[in-house]
Design a protein around this ligand. Structure first.
Ligand SMILES: Cc1ncc(COP(=O)(O)O)c(C=O)c1O
Length: 397
């Protein structure tokens, strides 16, 4: 059959097309263990997804195969969370004495893991400005093993040039790992450019309904095997029920993301013309510093928009609290629109100095644009921004 498009892969993914007289929907294998007929079979089962659920589970396998299909790679693994995916992968592939070069503006939790936790294991990280590639080059050491990337970045929406970073990784014989949560496998395909490991917080777009926590890493089978061994040891596997929900969410990934791309583009354009807005960060706005690269390697700008308001951090808080359709909550990627203040949520755990270096300001508001009607979302934003424009009540007398 001709190579399928992402919309088709999302629906059919790992479904067995030859299967007859079975359930159409993927069953939940809600079991911790699997029965065998004899001990010879027990030995054979140990390396399959029918042995013990910490090692693997058939429902998890369907999710993993679907994601591998969508990313265009050999295999994928699911984890209990996005952070579980990052920490397990790095612990599986690196050892004491190794060095990482990482972008400065990445998800705060990963920044904390790299800067505060990994040094305890003797693994150091040098942070570099995301799109200053000569800084990446200068940061390389003989013991550098991993180039850690995120694109588009949370919450600054910077876009990494996939061709440049894969050339760099090749030149220095490094593994490259990219957090592609914001990009989704619908809008971008980092593996086509040669990124070795693609990671997602599956909590976000892949599941898409803000009702579960999970993580995913996808790439070559040989790398996945090493990560699988570490996952079984560290134990942060995904629960089969959550996996079943992920499989269900994946079926609508392409339509959700298409709508989110359209809505976010409209929201970004509206904000960029608003007098109370100083700056808007959205990859498909012509004013975006990496607009050209984004258009080249992404098929949609994504559902995330961040902006800085003309005013103070207090004003930003007031705007976020004045919204009615955008719900004040951390996280992103669900069908409903959310708003958050990165210095209080996704980047609260890192220092103010580091945040300043990343360009994460107190005036920054992050929007996860959902699948609602774009006019309604814009009306909500207009009202919230008007609340700030209103002069403060000064008591007289
Ligand atoms: C870009 C990005 N990567 C990783 C994570 C961590 O994922 P999880 O919360 O599923 O552990 C998040 C969570 O917000 C995120 O936004």
């Amino acid at each position: 059959m001709k190579r399928q498009h992402p919309e088709t892969k999302a629906v059919h993914g790992a479904a067995d097309m030859d299967k007859k007289n079975g359930p159409l929907a993927t069953p939940i294998y809600q079991t911790s263990t699997f029965e065998v007929t004899d001990n010879d079979e027990q030995l054979r089962a140990a390396h399959t997804d029918r042995f013990y659920t910490r090692y693997g589970n058939p429902t998890n396998t369907v999710a993993e195969k679907t994601i591998a299909e969508l990313e265009g790679v050999e295999a994928a693994l699911t984890f209990a969370s996005g952070m579980g995916a990052v920490t397990t992968t790095i612990m599986a592939l690196l050892k004491s004495g190794d060095h990482i070069v990482a972008q400065r503006d990445i998800y705060g939790g990963v920044n904390k893991f790299l800067s505060q936790w990994l040094p305890k294991l003797g693994i150091e990280t040098t942070f570099v400005d995301t799109t200053e590639y000569e800084q990446h080059e200068r940061a390389m050491r003989p013991n550098t093993k991993l180039l850690y990337l995120e694109s588009p970045t949370n919450p600054t929406l910077r876009v990494v040039d996939f061709k440049k970073v894969t050339a760099l990784a090749k030149r220095h014989k490094l593994l490259s790992m990219m957090d592609a949560t914001f990009g989704t496998p619908i809008n971008q395909h980092p593996a086509e450019f040669g990124i070795d490991l693609i990671m997602h917080s599956g909590t976000k777009y892949l599941s898409g309904h803000s009702d579960l926590i999970c993580g995913v890493v996808a790439g070559r089978r040989e790398l996945m095997k090493r990560i699988w061994e570490t996952r079984t040891t560290l134990g942060n596997c995904m629960d089969p029920h959550a996996s079943w929900m992920l499989v269900r969410g994946l079926k609508t990934l392409a339509v959700r993301v298409a709508r989110q791309n359209e809505n976010a583009q409209r929201v970004a354009e509206f904000l960029s013309e608003h007098a109370k807005v100083r700056r808007v960060h959205y990859p498909f706005l012509k004013s975006h510093p990496q607009y050209g690269v984004a258009r080249e390697q992404m098929s949609g700008g994504g559902g995330m928009v961040s902006f800085e308001i003309e005013g103070t951090g207090e004003d930003a808080r007031r705007v976020s609290e004045s919204m009615r359709l955008f719900t004040l909550a951390p996280s992103l990627g669900g069908v409903e629109s959310l708003v958050s203040i990165p210095v209080l949520t996704s980047h609260a755990m890192i220092s103010a100095e580091e945040r300043a270096r990343m360009g994460v300001t107190e005036q920054m508001i992050r929007l996860s644009v959902g699948i609602e009607n774009a006019d309604d979302l814009i009306a909500d934003l207009a009202l919230a921004l008007a609340a700030v424009a209103a002069p403060q009540q000064v008591p007289v007398g």
